[in-house]
Design a protein around this ligand. Structure first.
Ligand SMILES: [Zn+2]
Length: 54
């Protein structure tokens, strides 16, 4: 079970970060939270247990 197609909260959907490292130098880092896709999904595991209470 997965909830997909969420915008990555770390890079806000950009997929990478660009930072200025020098006067004319820019360094692009791929977002490892979404692996550069800009989107994330939540995988949910449901655990079934004996239902003693009901
Ligand atoms: Zn991201």
């Amino acid at each position: 079970m997965a909830f997909s197609n969420y915008v990555c909260p770390v890079c806000h959907g950009k997929g990478s970060f660009t930072e200025q490292t020098g006067r004319e130098e820019w360094k692009t880092t791929i977002c490892d939270y979404c692996d550069g896709t800009g989107k994330v999904k939540a995988e949910v595991d449901i655990r079934w247990k004996p239902d003693y209470e009901s």
